[in-house]
Design a protein around this ligand. Structure first.
Ligand code: 5RP
Length: 264
């Protein structure tokens, strides 16, 4: 592997082989999502506990201090909104030249398998990989389901992740599901787990993250279940113990409960 590609990946995936990405890209189609109205303020206390930020260039340039940042995964697909006709109708919105100018560690693009624009979004990924390989920039493929959250089962997600890997993504982001090993076993590149809408309890989050990692995921790309929690720092710190310190869900939950009262 090229030196630059290896160097960028090692910024994202730590020496234990695990990672904790914090996504704050939701506004690119959802607008000012709850708790992310001021993204810079939301992430500031979380930076010490995460390994990378996933966000658009607009939020990066306007809200993140370039002298005090984590490695960046730049979201480069978009062009749709939650009130528009079809969330799958995405295109590439940010050039590789801009990604290089912003000194990012990777770029991220969504693909929508089974949607009307499956072909277009897969070509977005493939063309992006072609260009990024020229410059040693890893591509993270995001298996998006739009509004159809019920699609998230092992058969469908295994299909999506394998296709994303076949087209050359270096990392795949997908949802956790039952029998998650069916997803990771068929995917030759590292898989990270996205959270989806906020869960009822913290323990539920710790359990699916732990289960996903036991079944082959290398870490998470978890947003709303961190920064929409009433105690986001406690949540990030507790999750970190599962991701990087082999904690089990019960231990993470105990840590969360002991830390949450310290947080306003
Ligand atoms: C939004 C994304 C998010 O990065 C992804 O969904 C993870 O965030 P969350 O854990 O809040 O679901 O790609 O399009």
């Amino acid at each position: 592997m090229d030196w630059g590609m290896k160097n960028r990946l090692s910024q994202l995936i730590k020496s234990d082989g695990h990672c904790f990405f914090l996504p704050i890209d939701h506004g690119y189609f959802l607008g000012p999502t709850r708790s992310l109205e001021r993204p810079g303020e939301t992430v500031k206390p979380l930076l010490p506990y995460c390994d990378a930020l996933f966000l658009t260039r607009g939020v990066l340039r306007s809200c993140i201090d370039p002298t005090d940042s984590l490695p960046i995964i730049l979201r480069v697909s978009g062009g749709t909104s939650i009130v528009g006709k079809d969330l799958s109708y995405e295109a590439i919105t940010t050039s590789v030249r801009e990604a290089i100018r912003l000194n990012v560690a990777a770029v991220g693009v969504s693909i929508f398998i089974g949607s009307e624009y499956e072909h277009e979004t897969l070509l977005n990924l493939a063309n992006l990989v072609n260009e990024c390989e020229e410059y040693g920039i890893p591509v993270m493929g995001v298996t998006a389901v739009g509004k159809e959250l019920e699609k998230r089962d092992a058969r469908y997600l295994a299909l999506c992740c394998r296709i994303v890997a076949e087209l050359g993504a270096k990392v795949v982001k997908t949802y956790w599901c039952e029998d998650f090993e069916k997803v990771t076993n068929g995917c030759p590149v590292p898989v990270v787990i996205a959270g989806g809408p906020k869960c009822e309890t913290e323990l539920e989050v710790f359990e699916f993250v732990y289960d996903g990692m036991q079944r082959g995921a290398i870490g998470v790309n978890l947003g709303r279940n961190v920064w929409q929690n009433d105690h986001p720092v406690a949540m990030a710190r507790a999750l970190r113990t599962i991701i990087h310190e082999n904690a089990i869900p019960k231990e993470a939950n105990e840590l969360f409960n002991s830390l949450k009262d310290d947080e306003k």
